[in-house]
Write a protein that binds this ligand. Sequence first.
Ligand code: SAM
Ligand code: MD0
Ligand code: SF4
Length: 356
Amino acid sequence: MEHTEAIVQRLRDGRMVSQEEIETLLSVRDPRSLDMLFSAARDVKERNFGNKVFFYGFVYFSTHCRNNCSFCFYRRSNTESLRYRKTDEEILSLSTSLADSGVHLIDLTMGEDPIIHKDDHYRRLLDIVSMVDDAVDTPLMLSPGALPHDVFAPLRDAGADWFACYQETHNRDLFQRLRPEQDYEFRLSQKRWARESGLLAEEGIMVGVGETMADRARSIMVMRDLGVDQIRAMTFVPQPNTPMADRGPSPYLDELITIAVMRLVHPTKLIPASLDVEGIAGLAPRLDAGANVITSIIPPLKGLAGVAQHELDIDDGGRSMENVECVLDELGVQKASRSDYAALLTQWKDRGISEA
Ligand code: SAM
Ligand code: MD0
Ligand code: SF4
């Protein structure tokens, strides 16, 4: 306990810690040390962001995918997964209604849909981004999978603010098992290319896919080297009809501890509490662990899916803006203003310009 407390204190003082020390924090399981870890993470969050959180709307506009990730319900070999492709009109109406409901950002997400991932300089993707950007005054994130280097600047010019692409792990062997036929370096470069083009970037890992504590600690270090602005951990949710279907789910506590340690090591970054793991029931514990962005807000009855939880809490409105705001009221947490979010993005983008 003393050793753990000393590491936490060093982080709170803004000092560096080693990968082994991060691993020590990730390995904490006794109740008193856990209390101390979570309360330090909450405290650090509140010092940097107050009692306010951001809301991200999620538009999974195409569930077609050319890849075969072993953890994913939408892998190409799964003939039983729900496939749809939203039309321009549908993407526009979903985005405007999310913007009207007051989200701080819209995350436009797709599988690596072959009709978009083709050799035409990603014309369709750029058109979608411009179309949504013209229609809403809300920042946009794009989660389209891995793209060639020369598409990043046009995406920024089309109106994207953020680029999300999760490595899942920074252990190369494990990466190859999780994302067969995909290139580790190419995927890691996505975050660098995004930042070099003036986009903000998100990196993420999955918890419970066979990684060790040391792997988790290394990911938290790599996130610092990448200089990304948002970082996430999501518990792996086993999917039927996939090679990892029978892998037991790992305890959510591991994800919560990872979030808390991420918060201590990365005090000023955005860290999601994703509704896509445990649904709305998982919101409070993730905020209590130090998360400050609520992601995967999905309007009900629009034929939209989640990624890890394709149906949970969607059509009954559990993940709607309205319901999430009610739950936040009960928790005594406030919604940040649009101008809080705009100020943060401007500050970060200016920093990007001065680094370049
Ligand atoms: N197709 C794009 C890609 O893979 O980058 C964008 C989709 S992105 C929303 C998919 C992310 O959801 C993955 O990178 C992974 O982190 C997460 N995910 C997918 N399946 C999951 C599962 N079964 N359990 C937990 N997280 C999952
Ligand atoms: C989420 N379902 O935030 C979304 C997704 C993609 N950028 C995000 C994993 O949980
Ligand atoms: Fe496709 Fe993304 Fe699922 Fe992999 S995680 S199969 S790239 S949708």
